[in-house]
Design a protein. Structure first.
Length: 92
């Protein structure tokens, strides 16, 4: 019984610490959402906030997204004005 009470206190203490850390993280995230403010995060806080989520394109997806450039030697069509002269300078 004595060991169970000690373990419950440790578990309760760990939960309270996690809750306190979560509250601090929520406060920092709220501060970071304010334009012009600056919030500093410890590495573990930044990871918990999702700052290091891997979302890069992998090699397979990059290869699948390659544009077929078989017709790359054809001239590109001009868009907009075809006047290639320099615009006149405006003087006062």
């Amino acid at each position: 019984m004595k060991n169970e009470n000690a373990r419950d206190r440790q578990t309760g203490g760990a939960m309270a610490e996690e809750q306190a850390m979560a509250a601090v993280l929520r406060e920092k995230l709220g501060d970071a959402a304010i334009p012009g403010s600056r919030a500093e995060f410890a590495p573990d806080e930044a990871e918990q906030a999702g700052s290091f989520a891997e979302d890069a394109v992998d090699e397979h997806d990059a290869a699948a997204g390659v544009i077929d450039l078989a017709d790359a030697s054809a001239p590109l069509p001009l868009t907009g004005s075809t006047n290639h002269e320099r615009p006149a300078q405006v003087t006062d």
